[in-house]
Write a protein that binds this ligand. Sequence first.
Ligand SMILES: [Zn+2]
Length: 233
Amino acid sequence: MPDITSEAKRIYYKVVRSRRRTMCIEVKDDASVIVRAPLHTAQQAVDRFVRDKAPWIVRHLARLSAQPVRQFARGESFPYLGREYSLVVESNGGWPHVQLEGDKLVACVTGDTSPGSPALKAALLSWYLDQAASVMSARVDALVRQTGLTPSRVRIRAQTRRWGSCSLKASVNLNWRLIMAPQAVLDYVIVHELCHLKRHDHSRQFWDLVASFVPDYRAHRKWLRENGARLKL
Ligand SMILES: [Zn+2]
């Protein structure tokens, strides 16, 4: 794996060459760095590009490592539709259930209620997935009506790194973690994927189409770049 050293930090990165015209860099949630480059780009040119972008990469990696690991402890903050809720854990003898009460996220679990217990984690994950299924499906329906862009099917997925994707068969996938983001950001990602039904690229025309439905989409992209790593259990 190639690497460069910037400000005494070594940056390892992977190069993915494809039919594209420009180079870009992605820093993944797992802190891996990927450089996407046109097919015949020389390694020297890639190195130079990474060196130029090194301050940005270092900042991004620092932000990722600053993310606290969730403890699933009482009083810890959990995001839902862009707001933070403080976790309350109660023990009950019946079915585990989770609900919002004011600014609290109340989890009633059977058995082990200690921070990070499997029962507590499972109850919270299943609550988030349920909310994602109902809220996100309703937003998809509303935005399909608003844009007139209809996918063949929509799936809300747990096993994906991306926020959303759209296949050539017009099937849209959305990451359940978007339920943690403000609704305007969730809406933007849905509209983004619906617009791919018309254009399967990120051309000027694609962004113009996105902007016709979400004029301030740039602010939402920025929000995701800055806060996306925080949206996880
Ligand atoms: Zn896209």
